[in-house]
Design a protein around this ligand. Structure first.
Ligand code: THU
Length: 125
């Protein structure tokens, strides 16, 4: 999908829609993530669980992994919209990938934060 004029609400709606494709048979907690890249493309991801629970992957990480595999690099991402508040590990990923803004739903409210705000004093090598 490509649309440079996507609003945060549009992007969150895409995250909601893609969440329906999550594979979450263990938690039944579907998560969707839609990331707007600087070139106007949107890269989507969902959580993918596994019977060996710790092997499951979050929606943010599947979206970012997919983007990297397509050739995107840290700094290429404008906004990540997520249907849930990002977990600690995903905050580290969002930070490393240089996502500018993160929009997510938390307890019924839409929240917008920067990765720095989500993860102060983040780890960097
Ligand atoms: N989950 C995500 O996909 N992203 C997050 O940032 C929070 C948690 C997923 C992982 C697991 O499949 C389910 O939500 C319940 O924890």
């Amino acid at each position: 999908m490509s649309d440079a004029a996507l609003s945060d609400a549009d992007l969150l709606a895409l995250a909601d829609a893609v969440a329906e494709r999550a594979y979450a048979p263990y938690s039944q907690f579907n998560v969707g993530c839609a990331i707007l890249a600087r070139d106007g493309h949107v890269i989507e991801g969902v959580n993918v669980e596994n019977a060996a629970y710790p092997l499951g992957v979050c929606a943010e990480r599947t979206a970012l992994s997919r983007a990297i595999a397509e050739g995107y690099r840290p700094g290429d991402f404008v906004t990540a919209a997520i249907t849930a508040s990002p977990c600690g590990g995903c905050r580290q990923w969002l930070h490393e990938m240089g996502v500018e803004r993160v929009v997510f739903r938390n307890r019924g409210e839409v929240v917008t934060m920067t990765p720095d705000e989500l993860l102060p004093e983040s780890f960097e090598l």
